[in-house]
Design a protein around this ligand. Sequence first.
Ligand SMILES: Cc1cc2nc3c(=O)[nH]c(=O)nc-3n(C[C@H](O)[C@H](O)[C@H](O)COP(=O)(O)OP(=O)(O)OC[C@H]3O[C@@H](n4cnc5c(N)ncnc54)[C@H](O)[C@@H]3O)c2cc1C
Ligand code: SF4
Length: 526
Amino acid sequence: MRTERYDIIIIGSGAGGGTMAYALADTPARILVLERGDFVPQEDENWNPEAVWKHLRYQTSERWIDERGDEFRPYTHYNVGGNTKFWGSVLYRLRREDFHPLEHMEGVSPGWPIDYDTLAPYYERAEHLYHVHGELGTDPTEPERPAFPHAPIPHSETIAAIVEQLRAQGLHPSPLPLGIRDGCVLCNTCNSFACKVHAKSEAEVCCVRPAIERPNVDLWTNAYARRLLTNPAGSKVEAVEVEIKGETVRAEAPLVVVACGAVNSAALLLRSATDKHPDGLANSSGLVGRRYMAHLATMMQGFHPFRKNAAVFQKTVAINDFYFRGPRTNYPLGHIQSQGRTHGVMAQTVVPQVPLKYYEWWVARGVDWLAMSEDLPDAGNRVTLDSKGRIHLRYRPNNLRAHGMLVKEMRRVLYRLGFWVVMTHSHGAKNTTHQCGTLVFGDNPRESVLDPYCRAHDVENLFVVDASFFPSSAAVNPALTIAAQALRVADHIRTADLRIGTADLKVGTTNAATANATVGNVDRRT
Ligand SMILES: Cc1cc2nc3c(=O)[nH]c(=O)nc-3n(C[C@H](O)[C@H](O)[C@H](O)COP(=O)(O)OP(=O)(O)OC[C@H]3O[C@@H](n4cnc5c(N)ncnc54)[C@H](O)[C@@H]3O)c2cc1C
Ligand code: SF4
């Protein structure tokens, strides 16, 4: 087997891994980024609803198995930039209260081992890195923060009129914080599509491409990390077993950062079981793969037969009035945001027998929304592997009553806006877009897999910086928090003397491969 040696190996190039690669790229460390997918080509199909929604051109063809034993094709993407290539680029900070235990209708959402103030400076850096546009002072739930790096994206006429009407209803609509770069043409194929002109702020363009311009950073695409290989004591990862182009390569490094996404990172640790870690690597707590969360999400559409919706880019407004309590309950209900325009082809996936032209007529008269609530961690909701290594995902959504109330409140809001019909659709337990929580971080090794810097309690040179570390899912989009924590962990790696085995790994002052090296000396370009 061929062996390659680096100082740091990062597995996965999405929100967590891509950001981490960027944050460490200006150090002298030799960094290898492993990505199981390839670059998404810039091509016409990027913006073609039929290619994306009918032929599922960019979605993985992998199959996972649900709790009934049925196969399903998860809505996830394996490519450089990970799921960020297809995201809606809504980049929220968690609310200050989300870091503390919060009582919900069906249980308590646990606190985090860090608070908002700890993450705030990294949120700020992440917002600059991902070019976030927003407006201070309009969202009643917004924690204290400086001005956004960029002014909010202007509302279309349709949404601007709706915003006025929402205010007249006594609500507090606010501009959605959006990560968008120069060159954006505000098209109607953003959320769930790749940006053909690379104007969306996502991990490939904001992080991975700048990182690999550096001579010390290599990216291997189509490189699948099969297992992490440990030393005989099981205390350290020594190498990553990589499948690439039909070959198995042993990639070695004194520091390994896993960022495969919440399901795949848990799966990688489970696949890496040894006699020292019989239940999976870093799993002395028994929590690897457990506490999977994914948000409760319902797409909603207000329809009026005589009002054509002229908006092209309509994903610009949020309603957070029900985030901590609803008009009819003191429990949190969740968050509402306007969605990208629904295309006829997308709607047709629900009932394919209905001819496309009817859907086109319908969606041209609809305004689209997303209602999102927090789901609570449950040890029974988990990722496991079977003897063939296939991923099983057991997920029984909870906190459904609160979500039902949120959808009801939004329905009332939409009827008051004059819509004749309100359609709803949910992917239910198959919704994997906001997957998180499978390798929870915390202070107590018996109750968490990672420490507050996302280092495995059980394995000294292993970090995990994707959505796995979330102790709770909150009710806003997760990725800015993933990126902010990756920047925080990168700072920790750069500045801390990481005692790994007998050698001190200083990722701040020398070359880590040759011991006591600088992997730091910070040029914070964020
Ligand atoms: C359509 C869509 C819209 C979304 N919109 C938003 C939004 O507006 N705002 C928001 O905050 N979030 C949004 N999300 C969610 C967001 O994209 C994710 O929360 C985020 O990308 C998760 O980051 P991650 O680093 O955990 O995983 P990912 O970004 O998924 O990255 C994981 C990477 O690891 C790679 N990988 C996996 N296994 C291996 C392996 N064994 N070996 C090598 N590589 C591997 C994958 O190919 C992938 O590139 C959206 C998601 C989707 C699908
Ligand atoms: S709206 Fe802007 S960022 Fe989004 S896909 Fe279109 S051009 Fe790209």
